[in-house]
Structures are given as structure tokens and as C-alpha cells.
Design a protein around this ligand. Structure first.
Ligand code: SF4
Length: 206
């Protein structure tokens, strides 16, 4: 991948590989020509993380705050996972790596899809720095398509056991998910209890 897409590359010999990599992610400007605003990568991670929230892309509120899932979707996701905000934002345990790290702006019917440059540029490098991850939540169709290939989100969520123990597919927790949950009541009765059990175990390293 051409380095012309980067911002000012960070290579600080006083920092370890992980900190250098994260500093370069945070300085990334690869999509500056595609975005209606300045790039603002929003990620959370550490080399000790045990669980990854692989999501879609920040929305406008997260773009403004710089804090992942600091919106109604985040409240819903934490409730699904059965964890507090303190647990969710503990980077020592939980990494939050969307398919696109910057808010992609608006498109017809909602937010635009994640920037296509982001995952190929950063994802594998970052995953290589987190050897203790036991569970990855695939939140929404974009994350599922990237990791699992083509397929229907609803079918994957319904058949979540087929992706364990490594992956747990979920719908995106946007406001639309309240309608989706009403139409798919098995999600609350069958999937969420299993999700909370798997999240608890992953955070305990079991
Ligand atoms: S979306 Fe990803 S690749 Fe694009 S500018 Fe942001 S961090 Fe860089």
C-alpha cells in the first residue's frame, strides 16, 4: 500500500511497535480526498485486549466526541453485551475497531458505508498486535461481510453458534435494530443470553 496516503508518519524510537502503530493510525489521512471533513480516526485498543468489537464506522456524534459508541447505538450495544460503560471503555480488555475508523459522512437513507481504504490498510496490522483476543463481535453487515464474506446478516445472527467460539455476529445496534428486534423476537430470548455469557467468559479469559 502506497505511503502517499498517510499523514506524517510517526516513528518514535522511544515508543514500542504497538504505540508507534496506534500513533500512525491516529495520524492517518488516507481518505482526506474522500471525506467531507478532516479525517478523525476513532479506535480503542491495547495489546492485552481479549475481545474485539468489530463494527461499522463512527457516526456524526462519535466523530464530534472522538469516543467510540458514545451515542444511542453504544448504549444499546452495551445493554446487549451486559456490561457497564466502565467495562466497555477499558481498552486493556476491549478493543473497538470499526471497518472504517473515520466518520464517512451522509448518504441516501443514513450514514455512508465505511471507507473502503481503511480495513485493508490497518486491520491486519492491528490484529497482529492483539494475541490474546478470544472473541470478536461482528457488529452489522459490513463487519460480517469483511470477515465472513457474502451472506445474510439475519441468518448469521440466528445461526450464531456456527461461528463460535471465535466470532459472534450481531445486527448493528442503530435505532433500526429496535424494529428488527420486534420482528425477530428470538434475538432477545436466544441470542442475547448467549452473547452475555460469551462476553463474560472472554473478558475473564476463559
Ligand atoms: S478511514 Fe481509515 S484509512 Fe481512511 S483516513 Fe480514516 S483512519 Fe485513515
Amino acid at each position: 500500500m502506497s505511503l502517499k496516503w498517510y499523514g506524517d508518519l510517526v516513528s518514535d524510537t522511544t515508543m514500542n511497535d504497538f504505540d508507534n502503530l496506534l500513533a500512525n493510525v491516529r495520524a492517518c489521512r488516507a481518505c482526506h480526498d474522500l471525506l467531507p471533513h478532516q479525517p478523525r480516526p476513532v479506535v480503542q485498543m491495547s495489546p492485552t485486549a481479549r475481545l474485539i468489537v468489530a463494527s461499522q464506522a463512527p457516526g456524526s456524534k462519535v466523530h464530534a466526541s472522538g469516543v467510540p459508541f458514545s451515542d444511542a447505538s453504544g448504549e444499546r450495544l452495551r445493554e446487549w453485551m451486559g456490561i457497564t460503560s466502565d467495562q466497555f471503555y477499558d481498552a486493556e480488555n476491549i478493543a473497538i475497531l470499526p471497518m472504517g475508523f473515520c466518520y464517512p459522512g451522509k448518504a441516501a437513507g443514513g450514514d455512508a458505508p465505511p471507507l473502503a481504504r481503511c480495513a485493508p490498510l490497518w486491520r491486519e496490522k492491528l490484529l497482529a498486535q492483539m494475541p490474546q483476543v478470544g472473541l470478536t463481535l461482528l457488529v452489522g453487515t459490513h463487519a460480517q461481510k469483511h470477515v465472513l464474506g457474502p451472506g445474510r446478516m439475519r441468518d448469521r445472527v440466528r445461526n450464531f453458534r456456527g461461528f463460535l467460539p471465535r466470532y459472534f455476529p450481531l445486527p448493528h445496534p442503530s435505532w433500526r435494530s429496535t424494529i428488527w428486534m420486534r420482528d425477530n423476537p428470538w434475538f432477545a430470548t436466544d441470542v442475547l443470553p448467549a452473547l452475555r455469557y460469551r462476553v463474560r467468559n472472554a473478558l475473564q479469559g476463559t
